[in-house]
Design a protein around this ligand. Sequence first.
Ligand SMILES: Cc1ncc(COP(=O)(O)O)c(C=O)c1O
Length: 371
Amino acid sequence: MSRPFNFSAGPATLPFEVLEQAAAEMLDWRGSGVSVMEMSHRSREFVSICEEAEQDLRDLLAVPASFKILFMQGGALAQNAVVPMNLIGRSRSQTADFVLSGSWSVKSHAEASRYGNAHIAASSVGERPSRLADPYQWRLSQEASYVHICSNETIDGVEFQQLPDLLALGCDAPLVIDCSSHIASRAVDWSRVGVAYAGAQKNIGPAGLTLVFVREDLLDHALPICPSVFNYRTVADHGSMYNTPPTYAIYIAGLVFRWLKHQTESQSSGIAAIEARNIAKASLLYDYIDASGFYRNDVDKTCRSRMNVPFFMADSSLDDQFLKEAHRAGLQQLKGHKSVGGLRASLYNAMPLTGVKALIEHMRDFEARHG
Ligand SMILES: Cc1ncc(COP(=O)(O)O)c(C=O)c1O
């Protein structure tokens, strides 16, 4: 069966094998007689699905035992409120530091300011080429409850290639990362992280599931106004089943984790093998764009995202034609985010190298006719 290549930023393409397996198991999950959607979340079957998904994720990303993995709801935007409600009370001044690097970190800062003092430690928003502020120039607060970054800006195509080492910057606050659009695409240095959160609908599975990794010492600081379903301690103590979790989304995420593990089975390097593949895919596209003269990417080379590649043509009136012809060639969802325009290719784990090659072929052909 031939399917188009889907470059959507999210909800995004899923591995074909995962969709196939989900289809095969839709009506009767492994002899249980019911679909996963119809199972009680407290049933032996579903608890096994959930535990296996969590363990596979832990193995894949080498998540230390000192972190709880929570399956929550509300998306990454809910976490923009949930994080301050859980963490901002850690310091007497109720201050959190924010590093602004694009649209999503700007949103995180705005939401947090409803719960405490949201201080801008650095901003590179609006700079061209897009870049990240040097951590040694960040103006960190004396007693911050936490420091927030968006480790991959999906719209702007800006990615931290290394997480900042706050201790080396003289700051002992926990680092909070919104890693929605590059989770499971690369290794994570957990020694630098306090909380990581991600909506699942890009690299993990269906919308509706939000992954939260919380270092255990950060579970007990919630403000009294924090709803119980969003209190990290409550969710952790109930194994993510304080209320009904997004069961089907967890099941699909579990299949994706299995698929990722399977991809790396022959290599001992696990996530490093996935990361190497992502580097290869992104490099191919960036190298082509840089060499073309017809297309351009406006992000400094030191922080270009491997997952989301925004690109532009000098004559933006050609965008619609590019998109129409791409669609006819089986290349879908390449329109740039409305706030920045242009074009964007998202190259999540499930996008094969052949998809990137097909895109470059289309770009080359389009340039030959319009360049
Ligand atoms: C980096 C980042 N943060 C936050 C969001 C918002 O996520 P959600 O729609 O899951 O709330 C997105 C979504 O597209 C994103 O890419």
